[in-house]
Write a protein that binds this ligand. Structure first.
Ligand code: SAM
Ligand code: SF4
Length: 473
């Protein structure tokens, strides 16, 4: 059966993941918190900031909610389904609280921001409600809730970036890490709730980004992904050095930490990615040749209704430019099926732009109307559910074929792979990625390697999702 999300949207394997940094925690904590995260990578990254704030207050992480004094859910509002999942989980925690009345339940993130005190007052599901810009106040809110008060802070900020907070890497393979470079979004795509739940766009101090990346490298990490809703509009003025740092400059600064540190980034809005960024990618071998460039729809009419501010032709010209400057660049996309007024012809435009762009991978959704968005206020959600699902199914089928075709083109090629750990199926095989972000699995045999090492791998076979290979000297 089709869900509203297919493929690994928001990395489906991680939804609801509970974090704890150590199997046997060497620290002695006064109290324990449990945190479960949903939604995009930004939320998982935020949970690491929350962990850092709570550690400073004597709370240690546990991945067993039964021993937690504080149970937190970091939530997502992007589609209705995401909110339903969280509500179900909150109801389960509420039931558990009957046996453990001292335990506090808190909701963090986009759902907290969207529903504000509704979860606390009307639905009485939680004790604490904290929006994405108010995590510093979490310790004070815990105290308020312990005193029996309503603990809510959903104030959005124009300058909070948590720049000075060193995230606690909660669920880490020790090789790859996400580094948040900005918060919020100014784009107002008409379908999207993010500008309402995460507020205005603001860029984090470049020095703190470079320092965090450097520290990760010193701790053995070999890849950082710079994260933001719209990374290409990153803009920071370093007043001490009287320097303007654009996204291209930031990429360069992080790439210069070491040639052994790979740099990735996500997400790029097609209207904002510049030649300067593309040339910087081409200049540094360790900036990975991979761009996530969500198209959303292939129809210019729908793109206008979505307020994406580019046309089909403009998007295609951008893909051409990418391929001209970085010929072997991996490309992926997000697509929405069944946006308001979408006709069969519009849908065919989406299928044909996928074929034209030859995406290696896509995150594919059907449109889910979100309260308060421009689309909800202006347009009717008039494409029937069955039609949305059928169109989504067609989009998925095209993408599956394109992914397989793209992987087949790599047969017989050799790639430099960063080893991330054992393959999911066997500890006799490594799993890693090439610069284009494709996953490759290969036998360990005969070589003395460890995760975090680079190795050349020859591609012998593939599935739609994975390349299969062998190490070559
Ligand atoms: N800022 C990024 C961008 O512009 O591509 C990602 C934003 S969002 C967290 C990730 C994806 O969710 C979007 O690219 C879009 O495809 C999808 N999405 C957002 N709102 C949606 C909605 N109301 N219904 C269905 N999919 C939606
Ligand atoms: Fe949402 Fe558009 Fe901003 Fe992405 S760029 S977060 S889709 S408003």
């Amino acid at each position: 059966m089709l869900d509203d999300v297919t493929q690994k949207a928001h990395d489906e394997t991680r939804q609801g993941e509970a974090f704890a940094p150590f199997a046997a925690d060497p620290n002695s904590w006064r109290r324990r918190f449990y945190i479960e995260s949903y939604g995009c990578q930004m939320n998982f990254s935020d949970s690491e900031i929350v962990a850092s704030i709570l550690n400073a207050e004597g709370f240690g992480a546990t991945n067993n909610f039964e021993e937690a004094d504080l149970v937190l859910i970091n939530t997502c509002s992007i589609r209705e389904k995401a909110e339903q999942t969280v509500r179900k989980r909150l109801t389960e925690f509420r039931k558990m609280k009957k046996n453990r009345p001292g335990m506090l339940i808190g909701v963090l993130g986009c759902m907290a921001e969207r529903l504000k005190s509704k979860l606390l007052e009307e639905e009485k599901l939680v004790d604490i409600v904290v929006g994405p810009d108010a995590y510093r106040s979490l310790p004070a809110l815990v105290e308020e809730a312990e005193g029996g008060q309503k603990a809510v802070n959903v104030l959005l900020s124009r300058d909070e970036t948590y720049a000075d907070i060193s995230p606690v890497r909660l669920d880490s393979n020790g090789v790859t890490a996400f580094v948040s470079i900005m918060r919020g979004c100014n784009n107002m795509c008409s379908f999207c709730v993010v500008p309402f739940t995460r507020g205005r766009e603001r860029s984090r101090d470049a020095v703190s980004i470079v320092n965090e990346s450097m520290q990760l490298f010193e701790n053995g990490f070999r890849e950082v992904t710079l994260l933001g809703q719209n990374v290409d509009s990153y803009y920071f003025v370093d007043e001490k050095k009287d320097e303007v740092v654009t996204f291209a400059k930031l990429l360069e600064k992080v790439a210069l930490i070491s040639p052994l540190l790979r740099v990735r980034f996500s997400t790029s809005h097609p209207k904002d990615i510049t030649d300067e960024v593309l040339y910087t990618m081409a200049k540094y071998e360790n900036i990975c040749n991979y761009i996530h460039l969500p198209v959303q729809s292939g129809s210019t009419r729908i793109l206008q209704l979505m307020n994406r501010t580019y046309t089909r032709e403009w998007y295609k010209a951008k893909v051409d430019r990418i391929r001209e400057i970085i010929p072997d660049c991996g490309l992926s996309s997000d697509l929405i099926a069944g946006f308001c007024t979408e006709t069969d012809e519009d849908h065919q435009d989406s299928l044909s732009i996928m074929e034209w762009s030859r995406y290696d991978m896509s995150y594919m959704f059907f449109y889910s109307e979100r309260p308060g968005t421009l689309a909800e206020r202006r347009y009717k959600d008039d494409v029937p559910g069955e039609v949305k699902k059928k169109r989504l199914q067609e989009i998925v089928e095209v993408q599956n074929r394109l992914s397989l075709e793209s992987n087949k083109k790599d047969l017989g090629k050799t790639f430099k792979i960063l080893i991330e750990g054992d393959s999911k199926k066997s500890d006799q095989e490594w799993r890693g990625r090439n610069t284009q972000n494709k996953i490759i699995v290969f036998p360990k045999k005969g070589y003395d390697l460890k995760k975090g090492d680079y190795v050349n791998v020859f591609v012998e076979d593939c599935t739609q999702a994975t390349l299969l290979g062998k190490i070559i000297n």
